[in-house]
Design a protein around this ligand. Sequence first.
Ligand SMILES: *[C@@H]1O[C@H](CO)[C@@H](O)[C@H](O)[C@H]1NC(C)=O
Ligand SMILES: *[C@@H]1O[C@H](CO)[C@@H](O)[C@H](O)[C@H]1NC(C)=O
Ligand SMILES: *[C@@H]1O[C@H](CO)[C@@H](O)[C@H](O)[C@H]1NC(C)=O
Ligand SMILES: *[C@@H]1O[C@H](CO)[C@@H](O)[C@H](O)[C@H]1NC(C)=O
Length: 959
Amino acid sequence: MMKKIHVHPETGKFMFCLFFIFWSCCHVCFSELSPDQKNTMIELSRFLNIPDWNRPGSEMNPCSWNGVLCSRPDNGSVISLSVSGFDLSNSSFLPVVCNLHTLESLDVSNNSLSLIPDGFVTNCERLVGFKHLNLSSNNFSSSPSFRGFSKLAVLDISYNVLSGIIRDYGFEGLVQLRSLNLSFNSLTGSVPINLTKSLEKLEVSDNHLSGTIPEGIGHYQELRLIDLSDNHLIGSIPSSLGNLSKLESLILSNNNLSGTIPESLSRIQTLRRFAANRNKFTGVIPSGITKNLANLDLSFNYLNGSIPGDLLSQLKLVSVDLSSNQLVGWIPQSISSSLVRLRLGSNKLTGSVPSAAFESLQNLTYLEMDNNRLTGHIPSAFGNLVSLNLLNLAMNGFSGIIPPSFGNLTRLQVLQLQQNKLTGEIPDTITLLINLLILNISWNSLSGSIPPSLLQLKKLSNMNLQGNHLTGTIPENIGDLENVIELQLGQNRLSGRIPVMPPKLQISLNLSYNMFEGPIPTSLFQLINLEVLDLSNNKLSGEIPPSGSLISLTQLILSNNQLSGDMPRFTRNVLVNISGNPGIKSINEDEVSIKRSQSGKSKLVMVVIFVVLGVLALVAGITTLIVLKLSRRFKGVNNMQVDPAEEGSTVLPEVIHGKLLTSNPIHRSNINFTKAVEAVAHPENALHQTMFWSYYRVGMPSGSSYFIKRLNTRDRLFQLASSEQLEQELEMLGKLHHTNVMVPLAYVLYSEGCLLIYDFPHMRTLYDVLHNHTSDVVDWTSRYSIAVGIAQGISYLHGSKSSGREPILLPDLSSKKIMLKSLTEPLVGDIELFKVIDPSKSNSSLSAVAGTIGYIPPEYAYTMRVTMAGNVYSFGVILLELLTGRQAVSEGRELAKWVQSHSSQQEQCNNILDLRVSKTSSVATRQMLRALSVALACINISPGARPKMKTVLKMLTRL
Ligand SMILES: *[C@@H]1O[C@H](CO)[C@@H](O)[C@H](O)[C@H]1NC(C)=O
Ligand SMILES: *[C@@H]1O[C@H](CO)[C@@H](O)[C@H](O)[C@H]1NC(C)=O
Ligand SMILES: *[C@@H]1O[C@H](CO)[C@@H](O)[C@H](O)[C@H]1NC(C)=O
Ligand SMILES: *[C@@H]1O[C@H](CO)[C@@H](O)[C@H](O)[C@H]1NC(C)=O
């Protein structure tokens, strides 16, 4: 017998409620990570010590942690993990990550990881959905084979220090791969062709790949991007490349490729960008090559023949760079109105400019034809190029006048017409070029006077009218040109008195070989930023004003005038030429900052000083050479990354070649090269200056600030060919990672030199913190932490065998080169100097021995070479500064010598220490005394007896 089950309506409601509550509960319970994933995440949080992951209570929901992405909508499993930019150096967490069996994407970029544990690959191979792996910008020098990652679609290991043969990394096992980025490593071997055929992007730029580009590359039918730039590839471009029917960008820049440019590339209808600059290509440029292209860069090759008639006329063309080849013949008659940049400089082009072709190029922004054999008049039609920012027609045979129609070019920022045969007067319409920054019309045959209207060009920074037939006086109000930093008026027929000059003059003021008379105005000697002043070969008379305010001066040329009286004193860095002035009484010897002392060591000191002075002069010369090499080179080189956003802006890439070294996306979006160059154009923005660098703090449009160093240009007499080395060195330095090393985030090369951009805009130097009497006394704990930090930074730079790179030495290590992020965190700065002033790393005596007196080890006087032991000496002096609170040189005495002579007896040692610090505790005193013995070991007279930096670090940490 069955009993009917009767459910009372109220009970039904009740059960429904129960069910609802249960369901809601379940919703909560099931919307969390499974216990094992949660445990894994908590384990990871302990390993990683990321603040956000360790907030109290946050262990409840790892899905809410920064960088963690869970499956939607239930949050039931972790699918993506990003721990980018946390300064992680211990990679033992990596195998643990792979316990998250649902993981699809892992990003550990931008850390200091150096090892990929075996367990990582074996554990992660099992993850069925693992598709994205980003290991970029770390210190990985090798890795286990990637063969097992069969599901991986995107692999990025760029910006590491991977070495060895590319084949050994097992990339061919990655059968689902779509994008492989190995750029900026040190991989060897040949271009990989055994990868999966589904590959869409292959980026291996900046490695040491050798051999030819294999024919087999034509089998990657899906490829859209190939970047093989900056390797050592040889041979020709394989014709099979023409079969890649989806290819959009082909970048082969800066290899040793040769042969001709294959016509087959014109078959690829998708191809928009082709860069083959800086190779050894020969032959003629095939016609039709630009049929589908927007960007073509063939600069710096050996191409000959004439420019095909259709090359510039294609309708999609945006930028064409053919500069620095051996092209002959005429400029084509038909030029596409879509063109934004056209560079034809440094070829052998002849004939006159086809005027009609330039009548309607409304978008043309950069036009360079310099250093060819062009003749005839400059066409008046150039006045129609209303978008023009830069016009460079220098070093040709142009004759006739500067067309008055140039006044229409109101966007023009750079006008370079130097070294032609132009005649007539400077047209008055030049006044209308209100955006002009650089005006160079030197070495022509221009006559008449300097038009006073020129003074309305308020933005002008460089004015060069040198080597013409200009007469009359300098306009009285020239001092109103308040942005001018370079003024070249030499070799004209100018006369009268020298008026008040622009206040911000910096690079050079050259009035030589004219007919100026009267006294040197005192105001001229108050130009605090001026580096070179040349007044030679005039008729100046009277006494030389006091030199006190010319604090940046490096060269003063007053020869062949009628000056009289005493020669003022200058510091030792100034080269003074006063010959041919019979009225000048005596010339004082260069002043030397260390007085003769009574001790027998004084002779050695003097030897060191004079040797160093000589070398400083040499170094200044070398620096100049490099800067000029660069400026020359970048006049003609196209920026390889053609950034569409940049095309329309007012950036002047001839003047600016910027490169981001950091892969940190925040810095990459913040850093604005134009802004950097603009900011340093104003010398009043400089925080301070040294022999080689000026330092700035620059606010970017995004609101964040950066610390910028400008390599000072010195003299501009040298002109040399190319220097790729410096760029390579800077890129290598950009890959360094250490909390105590100041690594550039980006660099900018422009015609005035080189800028390096850094994080931490508000740093002070250790020198300022220690020796500026308005600062508070720094306690021992901070000083100790600073000492250890510096030692860590230097040991890292010196490297080890396993670091796989050459040691980075510091030619000028002093407390002014140590920047402080905080009172405990030092950064070793100026690491570029060694590379910058000695790019060939030659061992010759020209190697950069440019130190700061007080920090220079005694042996440099004889060896003239920077060494690791020499760096240890300089570190020893910095440690002494920290211990004694004294400057490296005071009252004419070197600190190191003073300490050596006072430390022979124990009781004297106590008195050497900075009493303001040591008296605070006996523990501090004991530690300081032990640190003093470390410092004494570092400043040992014999380089061989000094400990290695690694040992110094150990000695310090054991205190
Ligand atoms: C999943 O986690 C995220 C992040 O903490 C949170 O915003 C979201 O509400 C969660 N979703 C569920 C269904 O719990
Ligand atoms: C590519 O694979 C083939 C067959 O497996 C092999 O013979 C060849 O050596 C490989 N080439 C490279 C460059 O690894
Ligand atoms: C010139 O540039 C503008 C803005 O980028 C564009 O719209 C126009 O099509 C360009 N003109 C030609 C002829 O390509
Ligand atoms: C350019 O300038 C000339 C003379 O200065 C003038 O006649 C001409 O109309 C101007 N052309 C344009 C396009 O503005």
